[in-house]
Design a protein. Structure first.
Length: 138
């Protein structure tokens, strides 16, 4: 997997005097069918989330409120992306190690996923992840 497969996606924004609305639709707004949606909030200061990779799952991360950083790692390169706008999502491909950190006090992270939860889809150990990529820890 190549880290460049992960990308920011501008979400369609409909605005009028009543406020803004962002529709998210499978395969037209985002590049996969939606099977699961969840959100992360009230992350204590200094804490992080993630710290794993998925074998098949695709995800879109959106900062609905506040901000946070997503650190992507493909075993060869890392990239840090700050999410702080509700009209931009970060697409994360399968086989990409991800860590979320630096949550602002009012942040809400919406996650849209291509599959229902399946513990067997996770790599929770970084060395196991690297082994699956035929890489070794630097």
């Amino acid at each position: 997997m190549n880290i460049d497969r992960c990308k920011l996606i501008d979400l369609p924004k409909i605005y009028d005097k009543r406020g803004s609305l962002i529709p998210i639709e499978s395969s037209s707004t985002i590049p996969f069918q939606i099977k699961r949606i969840y959100y992360i909030y009230d992350v204590p200061e200094g804490s992080g989330r993630g710290g794993h990779a998925h074998k098949e799952l695709e995800q879109l991360f959106i900062a609905i409120s506040g901000s946070f950083d997503v650190i992507l790692d493909d075993g060869k390169a890392t990239k840090k992306i700050n999410l702080n706008r509700p009209d931009v999502g970060l697409y994360v491909s399968p086989m990409m190690w991800r860590t979320l950190e630096n949550f602002s006090s009012n942040s809400v992270c919406l996650v849209i996923a291509s599959l229902a939860f399946d513990e067997n889809d996770y790599f929770r150990n970084y060395n196991d992840y690297l082994s699956a990529l035929n890489l070794t820890k630097p």
